[in-house]
Ligand binder design. Sequence first.
Ligand code: AMP
Ligand code: MG
Length: 344
Amino acid sequence: MHTQISPPTERTVRRAAKLLQAGELVAFPTETVYGLGANALDARAVGRIFSAKNRPADNPLIVHVASPVAAEELCHVTNDARRLMEAFWPGPLTLLLQKKPVIPEITNAGLSSVAVRMPDHPVALRLLEACGLPVAAPSANRSGRPSPTTARHVLDDLRGLIPLILDGGACKVGLESTVLDMTGETPAILRPGGVTPEMLASVLPGVRVAETAMRPLLDGETAKSPGMRHAHYSPKGRLTLVEGEPDAVEAACKRLYREAEADGKKACLLVAQERLPAYAGYDTHTLGSLRAPETIAQTLFAALREMDETGVEIILCEAVETSGIGLAVMNRLRRAANFHIIRA
Ligand code: AMP
Ligand code: MG
């Protein structure tokens, strides 16, 4: 199959909508990362997402909708959920709600809940309106790889597997949406993202971060969010995350870098702009600024892909503060490192 990559003109968006209506796949930009979309109500179309991504069948998809009203057709929207939609939709907040029977099992992996979100991106919204369907769309990468934040990343992973990629430039947030479970007694963040715990608490004071969001599952432990079981965001090189006191972190990073070099391995440090002077003479890749943590979120996945392209074998990264968007950054880094964390 030839994969076309096109700017999102009115004509191409209409073509994309027709493809979705015909049960085909389309990759499209959202404010979080690029999505790989299919008609969420068509089991066969959704099956194509799992094949193209090589995604485990037990990992449910997020259904994208054009409005809060469209969500009501898919799930039972509680009053609290409605307040969150008013406050944060369109935006990077996915809500888990009790599903209605229209959702085919393959879309939500046979669970009793379904994940819904209204994306904050003009192209995604135009596409949703043009096709008139709820669109199931996980990140448009091969499973396990870092999520795509440009159309080029999608092409690198899915060339020949899908007919069309709408190129809307680089994604604004750069990390996947916050996943908030609204089916339990208290709302729980299963995956931190662009809508931070602080922002959610301003609307629903009871919100908590699920204990499993930031650590590996224990033996025999089940996650509320099946996605947390699977390896994620991983570059090909070995990523080590170094956490702790700043001076100790720097010393540990330098030591690990020199050990890699002595081993004949190609090493690189992922560091924020402000930290570059500390690593003069080391091979580094800049991640954005600590003073504007959203820039670190924006550049993280592209940086991990860059490490692969340049054949870096040992990737070292300093931990960042977990306040605000920093919690989502650290969640992705810990998982990308496969929880290989050094506490300096
Ligand atoms: P992705 O589509 O790759 O951004 O991943 C979606 C995330 O939401 C994964 O971590 C899924 O496990 C999670 N998710 C989606 N639907 C549900 C659901 N019904 N129950 C629990 N977790 C879900
Ligand atoms: Mg994904």
